[in-house]
Unconditional design. Sequence first.
Length: 62
Amino acid sequence: MEYYLKLGSNDFQLLKLKKKAVIAIFPDYHENIENFIKDENINLKDEDDLTRLVKFYDGLQE
C-alpha cells in the first residue's frame, strides 16, 4: 500500500515508510517528529500509527 501527503499548497508527496524519509518531509518540525516517533514507538508500516503521526503534526501547525 502507498500513502501520500499533501502539505500546505504543495502537490501530494509519496510517503516513504522510512524514518529518515518521514522526518525529511517535515523539515520545520524534524526534531519534534523524530522525538514523537521514538517516544511513542511509532511503527511507520502501521496505518494507525501513521494516522497518529499525522495528527501530531497537525497539532504542531496550530
